[in-house]
Ligand binder design. Structure first.
Ligand code: TXA
Ligand code: MG
Length: 364
């Protein structure tokens, strides 16, 4: 009974969100990766509002989010008419990837159709597209009947939000934002991005839950790393992936990684030894007791040693720890292996951008 009425309520709220998008407004909505800040992909003024709200440079392109075709049976779904208005060529490889992973946490970059607005591509001749799997995102997109651009719903350079409350706190007092609440995001880090626009080799632009290994085993398609096998031509100096800036996803508390058993080494960078240090430790590890230090109070925070669970909680942990008044946060270096690449990438950038002056790094 209660689930039925809440479903009805959700539907009414989604209708209101659709109207807000049609009126040129912004709507934050859940996806399986992180929350997005959505606007009508055909409305240049609405797109400009996104850049203003985020404090994001206007040449950083956005991802267009599309609804999955009506018949939700992967074997029969026809994505061609869904993509035709947005992309110039749809290769066989593209269709294989789409059929294997959409809807899901995979973004594909194509040569764009000429109707795609420059405001959303940052002036580039390519467009990034994904079909998110979250049911609320899908219902919103289906009812809206158009593309919705949606960067992660955080201020530029900051930690991406994985709950409706996170989004609210990002824009508190700045923006009266409609937020659809879909609970906590399951994947927890942003989608994997693969560039198909060269028509040559697919290239990994941003690692995520879906790895090149999984792509190869499901489709037989080899994904190249940037720079590998002559695969990229990033010679125009355009920032294709804002996540590729060294400082990103950053908390304001200093954050560092420590090598196995080397917690004290990580402190050496901070000569005026910090007094309250939060240390994340693997759930599979024994405690830190052997790493004691007379003037430092360490407090352990347990983190999952499974990569998907770790990713799912990473931004949540960073946000929570950032609120708790630690002098320093230490995370264990993720182990080798491509299933950890997404997490390692986010942690490295978060470390680099962390600390009170992070916003000046991030906005460079
Ligand atoms: O999981 C996700 O992808 C989330 C959810 C909300 O869908 N969105 C997201 O958007 O992470 P954003 O804007 O925070 O990151 C999108 C990344 C940016 O780093 C951008 O540079 C890159 O995608 N991108 C967008 N268009 C591109 C293009 N045409 N070529 C290369 N990279 C592109
Ligand atoms: Mg982002």
């Amino acid at each position: 009974m209660s689930s039925e009425s809440s479903a009805l309520q959700t539907s009414a709220v989604i209708n209101e969100a659709v109207q807000t998008l049609r009126d040129g407004g912004l709507v934050a909505f859940p996806t399986e990766t992180v929350y997005g800040l959505g606007a009508d992909a055909k409305n240049p003024e609405a797109i400009k509002q996104i850049f203003t709200a985020k404090g994001r440079p206007s040449n950083h392109p956005l991802i267009v989010h599309l609804a999955a075709p009506d018949k939700f049976d992967q074997a029969q779904v026809d994505w061609v008419p869904v993509l035709a208005p947005w992309v110039r060529d749809l290769s066989e490889d593209a269709l294989k990837l789409i059929n294997a992973f959409w809807p899901g946490p995979l973004t594909l970059v194509f040569k764009k159709d000429k109707s795609v607005l420059n405001e959303l591509t940052g002036g580039q001749d390519t467009v990034a597209i994904r079909a998110p799997a979250h049911p609320i995102a899908q219902e919103l997109l289906r009812k809206f009947k158009g593309g919705v651009v949606a960067p992660s719903a955080n201020r530029f350079g900051k930690v991406s939000p994985t709950s409706a409350a996170d989004v609210r706190s990002e824009f508190e007092g700045m923006l009266d934002l409609m937020i659809l609440d879909g609970g906590d995001c399951e994947v927890g880090i942003e989608s994997t991005i693969i560039d198909l626009s060269s028509g040559d080799h697919p290239v990994l632009l941003r690692p995520g839950l879906i790895t090149p290994g999984e792509i190869f085993s499901k489709t037989g398609i080899k994904v190249y790393l940037p720079g590998e096998a002559n695969a990229t031509k990033q010679d125009d100096g355009l920032p294709r992936v804002s996540g590729s800036l060294r400082a990103h996803y950053a908390p304001t508390t200093p954050l560092r990684m420590y090598a196995p058993g080397r917690v004290l080494d990580a402190l050496s960078e901070f000569p005026d030894i910090k007094s309250r240090v939060a240390v994340a430790v693997w759930d599979s590890d024994s405690s830190l007791s052997e790493d004691g230090h007379p003037s430092v109070h360490f407090e352990e925070v347990i983190v999952p040693s499974d990569s998907a669970s770790f990713a799912s909680r990473l931004y949540r942990s960073l946000r929570d720890l950032d609120q708790q008044g630690w002098d320093l946060i230490l995370f264990p270096e993720p182990p080798a292996g491509e299933e950890w690449d997404g997490v390692r990438d986010r942690l490295q950038r978060a470390c680099f951008g962390s600390g009170p002056s992070s916003s000046s790094h991030a906005n460079n």
